[in-house]
Design a protein around this ligand. Structure first.
Ligand code: IPE
Ligand code: IPE
Ligand code: MG
Length: 247
């Protein structure tokens, strides 16, 4: 766990980007127009997070449950993802941002998988700044995939169940290489996790904002980070212990 406390910048921010549909509906526009505007917000927020010194930014872009949406919306979202990856590659390289993905990306359309592989490969040598896209991601699916991989490791004699711990088990999660989020932001006023990073968020600070994702900007990210900086993260200890440790 990172040692963030009052006044510290979160090392890792995770965002549930929500409210594109309602943004469009309020303007009498098709839902896809909301998603288009949402993509513009992604660029702004990637740049802002970097400016603020946030090393890891994880964005929930498509959940394992989002396949339930009308086929037209799903294909529109996949098209936008392809467009985003093509358009942002140069920007990511210029800003030295490495792209990662979490989720069952092998079930995404082949063209999207190709773009993802291309952008990941072109940015894999960057270490300071990291953009993580959660695509076809579900925390429960992740737990099932991790359990399968762990069980295989037990069968192969590489893991001993008697020594099971979160620290060992987390190595089988999609997020094995990533630190756990310090701050979770959800836009659009919904107060739920929607199957996002359930275990990794165990000690994250939560910020919910009524702002719809297409309207979210630099100032909103700054406000969330300031809110975070005012909080005391105790991890089960007492305020007195935290203060003594900080001295
Ligand atoms: C978030 O916006 C984007 C995705 C889930 C892909 P929504 O499309 O969920 O917007 P609302 O919740 O309908 O307003
Ligand atoms: C969560 O938003 C998924 C993403 C932001 C990608 P949803 O809009 O799908 O969540 P629910 O259905 O309202 O819980
Ligand atoms: Mg939604």
């Amino acid at each position: 766990m990172s040692a963030s406390g009052p006044g510290k910048t979160p090392q890792h921010i995770a965002i549930i980007m929500d409210g594109n549909g309602r943004w469009a509906k309020a303007r009498g526009l098709p839902r896809l127009e909301g998603h288009r505007r949402g993509v513009e917000t992604v660029r702004t927020v990637v740049d802002s997070a970097r400016q603020l010194g946030v090393r890891y930014l994880t964005l929930y872009a498509f959940s394992a449950e989002n396949w339930k949406r009308p086929a037209e919306e799903v294909s529109g979202l996949m098209g936008l993802l392809d467009f985003f990856l093509k358009r942002e590659l140069d920007n990511l390289i210029k800003q030295q941002v490495r792209l990662h993905t979490i989720g069952r990306t092998d079930q995404l359309p082949a063209n999207v998988q190709r773009e993802l592989a291309r952008v990941k490969e072109a940015t894999r040598h960057f270490t300071q700044w990291n953009l993580v896209l959660a695509l076809n991601y579900g925390a429960q699916t992740e737990a099932a995939d991790a359990a399968r991989a762990y069980a295989e490791a037990v069968q192969a004699g590489r893991e001993n169940p008697a020594e099971a711990s979160w620290e060992r088990f987390r190595r089988y999660f999609y997020t094995a290489e990533l630190p756990e989020p310090d701050l979770l932001i959800r836009t659009s006023g919904e107060l739920r996790l929607s199957n996002f990073l359930m275990l990794q968020l165990a000690y994250a600070e939560l910020v919910f904002t009524p702002t719809l994702w297409p309207d979210f900007g630099h100032a909103d990210l700054v406000a969330a980070v300031e809110d975070y900086a005012r909080r005391e993260r105790r991890y089960g200890a007492t305020t007195e212990q935290i203060k003594a440790g900080a001295r």
